[in-house]
Write a protein of this length. Structure first.
Length: 355
């Protein structure tokens, strides 16, 4: 059994324009001691997925319309607010995007770390001692002084370390890290990732990493879900995803990355914009931006198709979708998509066959 299993999760938000389907039927798993990454551009539903798991959706408009969120087999959606509060911070914790806005500016760092421990049964004296040890573990040179400092006295990197200390104070089974390296320079970014990994190895914590940074994903993730417009369009082991990206959106994302092979060349850009979540298209949501679309993409919503070790929501891989008369789509011997333009993984593809 996986540590976390999300099944057909649907999270909607009531807006003046109508119901925005921010998360619309996604499924994925997080194994104990492993890292599962969710990637995609801004607005695709990554953070809303994390907030759905934590049951911290924006009020009054946000709500879970259906699906399951199973933590060790127990559906978190069946818990009362009080019961969820007991599990939140104890069994499941989250590192939020912006530590400056997540930390309370009028309380010291020590008080904020200790509060998490006291809430879950630790005495104030022991909580204070534990908070000091956590600050030492996350890299504070003088943990005793760190306990007395306020968030505004710390750099961005040190504030992020405080957020990690709070999230890991009770040794949770699942850690959700929502853009944990945003706005940090590459040196501090590497330190933060190593810090999370060290705790993961020590406690066997499963990590759900929310990010738009494919470089970070390549470095730390075991499995990856690529999200677009509220859906998972590709799910695969990380090594497989970078070696042979299959969904056109995944390939376009990778093609937009700088690399040594593209030095001196213009980077690829994805044309168009993400559709409005209050009025998703009836067919493929990437069709208006995809250079490989054909007729069924406009009217038929794709579902996940097993392709090797991956699962891809794309008509290019669906044997039940008829071949276009224009020859824009066909199937090779191993069930992989082919077309008059390119084949995934070829050196002529936008990723150049590079991981």
């Amino acid at each position: 059994m996986a540590l976390l299993e999300v099944e057909n999760l649907r999270t909607y938000i009531s807006t003046p324009r109508g119901i925005a389907k921010a998360v619309d039927g996604i499924s994925f798993k997080v194994e104990a001691g492993k890292t599962h990454a969710i990637v995609g551009e801004s607005g695709c539903g990554k953070s809303m997925t994390a907030l759905s798991i934590m049951q911290l959706l924006p009020e009054p408009g946000g709500y879970v319309d259906g699906g399951k969120i199973l933590l060790e087999g127990q559906d978190l959606l069946d818990l009362t607010w009080t019961q969820m509060g007991e599990r939140r911070g104890q069994d499941i914790s989250m590192i939020f995007q912006e530590p400056m806005t997540s930390l309370n500016p009028v309380f010291t760092v020590g008080n904020q770390i200790a509060e998490t421990c006291v809430t879950h049964g630790m005495s104030p004296r022991d909580a204070r001692s534990h908070a000091q040890e956590l600050l030492r573990r996350v890299g504070f040179q003088d943990p005793a002084q760190g306990l007395r400092q306020y968030p505004h006295e710390l750099s961005g990197g040190m504030r992020q370390r405080v957020m990690i200390a709070i999230a890991l104070a009770n040794r949770p089974k699942l850690l959700i890290a929502d853009e944990p390296t945003t706005a940090l320079d590459v040196t501090v970014q590497a330190q933060i990732l190593r810090l999370i990994h060290s705790f993961q190895e020590e406690f066997g914590t499963g990590v759900l990493l929310i990010t738009h940074d494919l470089g970070v994903v390549a470095e730390v993730a075991d499995t990856v879900s690529v999200m677009y417009a509220g859906e998972v369009v590709e799910d695969a082991p990380a090594t497989e995803l970078f070696k042979n990206p299959r969904h056109p959106y995944t390939r376009d994302l990778l093609a937009s990355l700088p690399s040594r092979q593209r030095r001196g060349q213009s980077l690829e850009a994805i044309p168009g914009t993400v559709p409005d979540p209050a009025s998703w298209p009836i067919g493929c949501r990437y069709a208006n931006r995809c250079r490989r679309r054909f007729a069924p993409c406009e009217t038929i919503r794709p579902t996940g198709i097993p392709v090797g070790a991956a699962r891809v929501a794309c008509h290019l891989y669906d044997p039940e979708i008829p071949v276009s008369p224009t020859g824009r789509r066909g199937l090779g011997e191993e069930g992989e998509a082919t077309s008059s333009r390119e084949k995934p993984g070829d050196a002529s593809s936008p990723t150049g066959g590079q991981s």
